[in-house]
Design a protein around this ligand. Structure first.
Ligand code: KG4
Ligand code: ZN
Length: 336
């Protein structure tokens, strides 16, 4: 079984191929960061146009890198939401075209669920790296991305239950806005991560823990950061590093504490950390350091948006439903 995964929900055009052992054969990610960084954020209209420009070459490259032919592909998976509608339509229509012309089955995949399944990828054949994957359930999964901060419980039948979510900004959005206040580039998360590594110091800074609830809130911390950064103008590299370290530490503190608490309360057997913010070095270290449960975090390039997680979702759900595609959400993709 060879699965092609297609992801175009936001600003990455990504096509990847995975085999039935969930080994990654090819992972092409075409980023649009240079297009959007000039505007300080993602411009949806530009994103969909870039997907149109990039998708065919990305597909050719993906097939070539995996050393497979189009005919070898058994099933196509494509993100069908949530995401930017214009961007989603490009991926979905490309996938439908492939599916109709080759008579291969097409599976519509939820982007957030797919982020979780990035943790099931066992091996990257391009780099020869192997990964430990979750085996015991239930799992507490924290999906931290540019648009979402969702705490979900996953049971052994792959049913998801929403335990908590952000009431305002997503964690990635908070990182991006903090970076913008410091005039760092877009996306801001990797910049804040980089500058934080230059400093061991931090300012006093509040945390919104919303005790008694599994929800998150980052907008108050964002306002506190606005006030703190105003007080520290004019910026120099040391101040920027200390400010980044302060903000990163606070966000990571909230995410780790709340995720571990929820995992314990729901008697989970492990924790999955995924989504773009899971690429954050401090979050990766702190979650492993503080959690009494096993922690699974995909490698950095599989935390941010990618087609491999889409293909992994298809492979694992296919196996879970006794090798039956009918139990997977095939029809929803036809709604477009
Ligand atoms: O999952 P993702 O690629 O796209 C969405 O589905 O939203 O997440 C993108 C988000 C951005 O907000 C970006 O700033 C953040 O992930 N991000 C990071 C890091 N790398 C990406 N945030 C903190 N530290 C990082 N190293
Ligand atoms: Zn995402």
């Amino acid at each position: 079984m060879i699965v092609l995964g297609i992801e175009t929900s936001c600003d990455e055009t990504s096509l990847s191929i995975i085999n039935e052992d969930n080994h990654l054969m090819s992972n092409v990610i075409v980023s649009q960061h240079s297009t959007h960084s000039q505007h300080g954020g993602i411009i949806p209209e530009l994103a969909s146009r870039q997907h149109v420009i990039n998708i065919e070459d990305a597909f050719e490259k993906c097939i070539k890198n995996a050393s497979v032919k189009l005919d070898d592909i058994s099933v196509i998976g494509v993100t069908n939401g949530p995401g930017l509608i214009g961007s989603l339509i490009v991926g979905v229509n490309f996938a439908k075209g492939l599916s109709i012309s080759t008579m291969k089955p097409l599976v519509g995949v939820n982007h957030l669920k797919a982020h979780v399944f990035a943790s099931w990828i066992k091996k990257d054949l391009e780099t020869d790296k192997s990964f430990d994957t979750p085996k015991e359930f239930p799992l507490m999964c924290i999906i931290v991305s540019g648009g979402h901060t969702d705490l979900v419980k996953l049971d052994e039948n792959f049913n998801f239950e929403l335990i908590g979510r952000t009431r305002d900004d997503a964690a990635g959005e908070a990182f991006d806005k903090a970076a913008r206040l410091l005039n760092l580039g877009f996306p801001g998360g990797p910049e804040v991560d980089k500058y934080s590594s230059f400093s061991n110091e931090h300012f006093d800074f509040p945390r919104a823990l919303l005790r008694g609830s599994h929800d998150f809130s980052f907008s108050g911390m964002k306002t506190a950061f606005l006030n703190l950064s105003e007080k520290n103008k004019p910026f120099d590299k040391d101040k920027i590093s200390k400010l980044c370290n302060t903000f990163q530490e606070a966000i990571v503190d909230v995410i780790t504490k709340k995720t571990i608490k929820a995992a314990e309360e729901y008697r989970c057997r492990g924790i999955v950390v995924t989504g773009g913010v899971a690429a954050n070095s401090h979050l990766r270290e702190e979650m492993v350091r503080k959690s009494p449960l096993p922690v699974f975090i995909p490698e950095k390039k599989l935390c941010t948006d990618n087609g491999a997680m889409i293909a992994s979702y298809v492979v694992e759900n296919y196996k879970k439903s006794n090798n039956n595609f009918n139990n997977i959400d095939v029809k929803s993709v036809l709604n477009y």
